[in-house]
Write a protein that binds this ligand. Structure first.
Ligand SMILES: [Zn+2]
Length: 151
């Protein structure tokens, strides 16, 4: 994946801060290194996001059988919604924006806003392939995942 998959934002961040805690700090650390991590089962390879028990053998201990592992950062649009109203004042300048549920190639569903020139228009755009774009916020010290449509 090339560095063109990185956006550096020097705009002061006025939106709610990402909710980073002990269960996802490693995921956010991965984003800063421009890696999209998923929570993977060491036994069967099933991937999850966020952290979860593996449904294939749920009686096994949680921590010992699971680890954060790099995913492809690719997936497809599972569902999307075009927002014409901001639920937070800091989103006003970006209206309308597209909030999408992405089905990663590894299986888990993640939600994010879409970036780039191509935006989904109608129901026929469900299933469009997307890839992750890392949005760095150097002043605040975090990176957020966005997705864009690829051909
Ligand atoms: Zn498993």
């Amino acid at each position: 994946m090339s560095e063109s998959n990185v956006i550096v934002s020097n705009e002061p961040w006025k939106k709610p801060l990402p909710n980073i805690d002990k269960d996802n700090e490693e995921f956010y650390e991965g984003l800063k290194q421009h890696k999209f991590l998923v929570w993977r089962c060491k036994t069967c390879g099933a991937s999850y996001w966020p952290k979860a028990y593996c449904i294939n053998h749920e009686n096994e201990p949680f921590a010992a059988n699971m680890e954060w592992a790099p995913a492809s950062g690719r997936g497809k649009i599972f569902a999307f919604n075009r927002h014409h109203m901001a639920f937070h004042p800091a989103f006003k300048d970006e209206l309308p924006y597209v909030y999408a549920l992405i089905e990663l190639d590894e299986g888990p569903l993640v939600s994010s806003t879409l970036v780039g020139a191509k935006m989904p228009k109608d129901v026929y755009d469900v299933g469009q392939k997307v890839e992750v774009v890392y949005e760095d916020h150097p002043a605040e010290g975090f990176t957020l995942p966005r997705f864009r449509i690829v051909d």
